[in-house]
Write a protein that binds this ligand. Structure first.
Ligand SMILES: Cc1cc2nc3c(=O)[nH]c(=O)nc-3n(C[C@H](O)[C@H](O)[C@H](O)COP(=O)(O)OP(=O)(O)OC[C@H]3O[C@@H](n4cnc5c(N)ncnc54)[C@H](O)[C@@H]3O)c2cc1C
Length: 419
């Protein structure tokens, strides 16, 4: 195991990490991309899932032509849902074509990032190797930010788990499972649970479920004028702005940005899921979870309706499909000293126009950037924009020649602390 140096280390090889790596490689930088390509999609999304995003909004970002989803699958129509495994295959094909990884980096994780001299970072991998890097891109996706509501937090994982903890839902066959949430993830998980032989019961705060409409491949001009253009987040003039011009979103007041992140694409099921949500799935809307109590054979879940009426129901498991909330404090890969130096607002990093945090040379891509650049950062569609900005900023600050190989002891800050 030898210590090494690199221009950039990217933590995570999902759509944002891979896109950023492709742009950086193209600029001639020495890049280490750490993690198995598309790992989260393969391991943490349920088998049998389909993407909600349309094919043109499911492209990874590359400066080279021919690397879009629609280049690999030219016949894929708007309104034709993409199966999870097709998208994972696409991401892995992209990685094989555009993102060479060193042997070992694919199976590694970034376990620690700390500040180093002069103005760089020391990045430690799960293999034990430590890399001296000029810049680090944190592209760890949504996984570290899985949110379980307070009322259910602290329950043992065999009784309460987040939807992202499961790929194989057959382990719930024959069981009564509450699914908390009203978004695509909750509704699709409930359908897939029913397919797997479980007895799902969706519990949602919303007064009723919402469903997206069938997208039209060709829209009459009148519809286009009245309804606005199509974009990677849906149709509408404002939606187009949020989807296609995230750089402008950054200039909106913070409260507005947060509101559009919340309100753009609110919880709703895909049109193609609607028919599959049949009598096998019970649905209770207008109810919030108040408490859960462990019992001998499962748990008693108390929910409250809008009139304050309480109902206690027994379940064998509760699956929370309650989303992801970015919070730098939860990023254990960043050393505590570094985490403490990153300026945040309500947990999310404050980012420059180039996705750089207040600690120079440290960049955040994906969900962590949504409170700065808006809702498109929650989706694959934002990856090319983020990757382009990050890569061009790094190249502007990085001399093209390889950095001198430094001994780790020479680059570590004397005052850094590790947990
Ligand atoms: C169920 C579900 C369905 C979704 N459907 C869609 C959809 O249809 N369309 C869409 O656009 N978006 C969808 N999303 C949102 C989607 O997660 C994001 O668009 C996308 O994954 C963002 O890419 P990313 O690279 O930021 O994150 P990810 O794809 O999560 O990739 C991050 C990677 O980093 C790895 N990682 C984490 N920590 C480390 C570490 N310390 N070291 C190394 N690697 C690490 C993870 O294993 C992961 O593979 C969905 C999300 C969920 C949960």
């Amino acid at each position: 195991m030898s210590d090494s140096a690199s221009d950039v280390v990217i933590a995570g090889a999902g759509p944002y990490g891979l896109s950023t790596a492709a742009h950086l490689q193209n600029l001639g930088l020495d890049v280490r991309t750490i993690g198995e390509p598309m790992r989260f999609w393969e391991a943490n999304m349920p088998e049998g899932m389909f993407l909600k995003s349309e094919p043109f909004a499911s492209n990874l970002g590359s400066p080279q032509p021919g690397m879009r989803f629609t280049d690999l699958h030219p016949g894929w129509r708007i309104g034709q849902p993409i199966p999870l495994e097709t998208f994972v295959e696409y991401g892995r094909w992209f990685a094989a074509e555009a993102v060479p990884q060193r042997p070992g980096d694919r199976d590694a994780q970034v376990v620690n990032v700390e500040r180093a001299r002069p103005g760089g970072y020391a990045v430690t991998l799960s293999t034990g190797e430590t890399i001296a890097a000029r810049a680090v891109v944190v592209a760890v996706g949504v996984g570290p930010f899985a949110h379980i509501p307070d009322e259910l937090a602290g329950m043992p994982s065999w009784l309460v788990s987040h939807s992202s903890a499961h790929r194989d839902l057959t382990l719930f066959a024959g069981k009564d499972v509450a699914v908390i949430g009203a978004g695509q993830s909750a509704l699709e998980t409930a359908v897939l649970l029913a397919d797997a032989g479980a007895h799902p019961h969706v519990i949602a705060r919303r007064p009723e479920l919402d469903w997206n409409t069938v997208p039209q491949e060709r829209r009459p001009l009148r519809d286009q004028l009245l309804g606005g253009p199509r974009s990677g987040l849906g149709t509408g003039y404002r939606t187009w702005l949020w989807a296609e011009r995230p750089g402008l979103v950054r200039y909106l007041p913070e409260a507005t940005r947060r509101r559009i992140v919340r309100e753009t694409l609110p919880p709703a099921g895909s049109w193609w899921l609607r028919d599959r949500l049949d009598e096998r799935v019970r649905v209770s809307t207008g109810r919030r979870v108040a408490k859960a109590v462990e019992q001998e054979d499962g748990l008693a879940l108390t929910t409250v309706d809008r009139a304050g009426r309480r109902l206690v129901t027994g379940f064998e498991h509760v699956l929370t499909a309650t989303g992801y909330v970015p919070d730098v404090a939860r990023l254990g890969l960043l050393a505590p000293d570094l985490r403490g130096r990153i300026a945040t607002r309500l947990g999310a990093p404050v980012l420059s126009r180039d996705f750089e945090a207040s600690t120079p040379g440290l960049y955040f891509a994906g969900l962590a950037a949504a409170s700065t650049f808006g809702p498109v950062m929650r989706f694959v569609h934002g990856a090319d924009f983020a990757a382009t900005r990050i890569a061009h900023h790094i190249i502007r600050r990085t001399p093209r020649q390889q950095p001198p190989r430094a001994r780790l002891a020479d680059v570590l800050e004397p005052d850094t602390t590790r947990q």
